[in-house]
Ligand binder design. Structure first.
Ligand code: ATP
Ligand code: MG
Length: 248
């Protein structure tokens, strides 16, 4: 597998707080990589730096050999990098269908696509996430679960090579959370993106990921197979807690 994303010595500060501290890792094409750590560890900040929502203070990010450190979010999207947000960020006044059409038209290789073709394609992504019947509903009138699925449809509609998932389960009831996780797994099967996936439920991430990266206070503390990481002393100390398996 070739290297799709390379993160080298990336640092992000918020005032005096070093939220991401000299972090380096790589993601190979086709992998599903879990990203774990306690609340406030810096996980979402890393995703925000990868997507271009935030700027790094130091370090470099490369996507498939291209330096993207200074690129705007939409430029990264065209290179095949897409993400979902921990808290959905819809366009409240757009319908579900228009929201996804917007993503189709912003995605890579879509510059000259007609609106009609984009609408057909967007409809397919809405069908995939189970929102076809909601296509003409304004985003502001969707339920939280439906907004999560709309986020996923919008991300997939840009045809990502690398999909960054920031907690697809957060805020959902157990039945919805299971459906959301299944949807991400199915999205990988159907559309094939490499996935970088933040989730707090260890059983889910251990099952879905081939590799897990763990951070604590902005610093990487582990990078290995799920088995290696859940048995890593630093990870148990910082995040899992002794005896965590009894509750997992
Ligand atoms: N825009 C911001 N301005 C100031 N501080 C921030 C900002 N975003 C994040 N932080 C701080 O940076 C640290 C890392 O936050 P981050 O959201 O990346 O954590 P996280 O690992 O995603 O946590 P959670 O599991 O709770 O989502 C926290 O201390 C947080 O309060
Ligand atoms: Mg977060």
């Amino acid at each position: 597998m070739s290297e799709l994303l390379k993160v080298s010595n990336v640092t992000k500060r918020f005032g005096g707080l070093v939220a991401v501290d000299n972090v380096s890792f790589s993601i190979r094409e086709g992998e599903t990589v879990g990203f774990i750590g306690p609340n406030g560890a810096g996980k979402s900040t890393v995703v925000n730096l990868l997507s271009g929502y935030l700027k790094v203070d130091a370090g470099e990010i490369e996507m498939d050999g291209t330096r993207i450190t200074k690129m705007k979010p939409y430029e990264r999207t065209r290179l095949g990098l897409s993400r979902t947000y921990q808290i959905p960020r819809p366009f409240p006044e757009l319908t579900a269908l228009m929201s996804v059409i917007t993503s189709v038209l912003c995605g890579k290789r879509r510059i000259n696509q007609s609106f009609e073709d984009a609408a057909v394609e967007a409809t397919q992504y809405l069908e995939f996430v189970g929102l076809f019947s909601k296509r003409n509903i304004l985003a502001r009138d969707l339920t939280f679960y439906e907004l999560r699925m709309l986020e996923l449809a919008r991300a997939l509609a840009t045809t990502p090579r690398l999909l960054l998932i920031d907690e697809v389960m957060a805020g959902l009831n157990p039945a919805e959370a299971k459906r959301a996780v299944d949807m991400v797994v199915r999205a990988k099967e159907q559309f094939g993106p490499t996935i970088f996936w933040i989730e707090h439920v260890m059983a889910i991430i251990v099952d879905a990921a081939e590799r897990i990266i763990a951070i604590n206070y902005g610093q990487m503390i582990a990078d290995g197979t799920p088995d290696e990481v859940i048995n890593n002393e630093a990870v148990i100390e910082a995040y899992l807690g002794k005896g965590w398996r009894e509750y997992a």
